[in-house]
Design a protein around this ligand. Structure first.
Ligand code: SF4
Length: 392
């Protein structure tokens, strides 16, 4: 549909999951595993069929963002990544200015591969580093050293990428506030446009859980963790990277569109193993078992039924809650007018008890029509955001 040359297609984000890694990191509970080249190639073939099949339902949409995540998508040969993007382009209506990101791990992409990524329209690279300290990288079970990351970073720039994210992680075993500051400074010397800085979570079912769940004294103390958290914001700000979400920082204009879409309720379609979707008020997830996924005949009438599971319709109450606690993750906050437009109700009436209380306690600030978390509110965001759950 076109009006006066302006596209009025409904925005859609695509998330494409590549569930393979060279080796499993010790803290990781993502859906990823090592696999032979043959298995990986077979998976891509199936994924291409899924993309073509699913696109049939989304013809009124314009794709504003494509995110190849994992796992380690950069483990795939360039030709496979190119085939994925060609199929996306052929099947969906991809907006001309779409943000197209690929997660890349050091040691999995040479210059030719990165150039090929650029040539097929990828315009953003997200590099998984986590730490600039080789001992910390080793303790995490990462496959690379800092030196190897530096080489990959240089190649990413040589290949022509001008929008680069670096993923970092604090509260690591053996990490001190000083070594964390050192990691930040070494990375900032490279001038990336975006940094994601999360704290390590000890997830059940990982080797880290075995080691640290009953021995939290082996990890940095809460006090040290706080020190790292405050240092992050301060040091990144000194280098022009503003916090725009609890754990994400960017130079102005380089905020990740894909993530912002997720926090503001833009619909997204997950493609590939275990990928989650949010569409027309429904959430669902693709089957997470690789064998089961590979066996689906994507051309059969019952393919959707085999592919999608955990289908839940979000009630209006669920949608309001999500609007608040996803939107408030961002420093710009949520807009009362948008709430009214979306739900036909006044935000201050719906949250008549919570909002005045949080305001009085200086956990939120109001700049009509926006409300946002204060710095203090961000510091204890888990508590503040949980306040937005509505009674039945
Ligand atoms: S590279 Fe990422 S997805 Fe793969 S095992 Fe390590 S943390 Fe998990």
């Amino acid at each position: 549909m076109q009006t006066g040359g302006m596209s009025v297609r409904r925005p859609l984000e695509l998330y494409i999951h590549i569930p393979f890694c060279v080796r499993k990191c010790l803290y990781c509970d993502f859906l990823s595993q090592p696999a032979s080249e043959m298995v990986q190639h077979g998976y891509v073939g199936q994924l291409l069929e899924e993309i073509a099949r699913e696109s049939g339902y989304y013809q009124g949409y314009g794709v504003t963002s494509v995110y190849l995540g994992g796992g380690t998508p950069s483990i795939l040969p360039a030709a496979d990544v190119q085939a994925i993007l060609e199929t996306v382009r052929r099947s969906f209506c991809l907006e001309a200015d779409a943000e197209i990101t690929i997660e890349t791990n050091p040691g999995t992409a040479n210059l030719d591969k990165l150039k090929a990524f650029r040539d097929c329209g990828i315009n953003r690279i997200s590099l998984g580093l986590q730490s600039a300290d080789d001992r910390e990288l080793k303790a995490l079970g990462r496959i690379h050293t800092f030196e190897e990351f530096l080489k990959t970073y240089q190649r990413v720039r040589l290949a022509g990428f001008t929008n680069v994210n670096v993923d970092l992680m604090s509260a690591l075993p053996g990490q001190t506030a000083a070594s964390w500051r050192n990691t930040l400074r070494r990375v900032l010397m490279l001038k990336p446009e975006h940094i994601s800085a999360y704290s390590l979570m000890i997830e059940e079912g990982t080797p880290f859980y075995e080691t640290y769940h009953d021995h939290p004294e082996l990890l940095p103390s809460e006090e040290e963790e706080r020190e790292m958290y405050y240092a992050t914001r301060q040091i990144l700000k000194e280098h022009g990277l503003e916090r725009y979400e609890i754990s994400n920082y960017a130079l102005p204009g380089y905020e990740c569109r894909h993530n912002i879409g997720y926090w503001t309720g833009v619909e997204y379609l997950g493609l590939g193993l275990g990928a989650s979707s949010y569409l027309q008020g429904f959430r669902f997830r693709n089957v997470p078992d690789l064998e089961a996924y590979r066996k689906i005949n994507m051309k059969a009438d019952d393919a959707d039924w085999r592919l999608h599971q955990d289908i839940t319709e979000l009630s209006e109450k669920d949608q309001m809650e999500e609007f608040m606690f996803l939107g408030l993750r961002m420093t710009r906050g949520v807009s009362g007018s948008e709430f009214l437009e979306r739900f036909g109700q006044n935000m201050w009436n719906v949250y008549s008890k919570v909002l005045p209380k949080l305001k009085e306690n200086k956990l939120i600030e109001v700049e009509s029509p926006y409300i946002r978390l204060t710095d203090f509110g961000m510091d204890i965001s888990n508590y503040v955001l949980s306040e937005f759950l509505l009674d039945e």
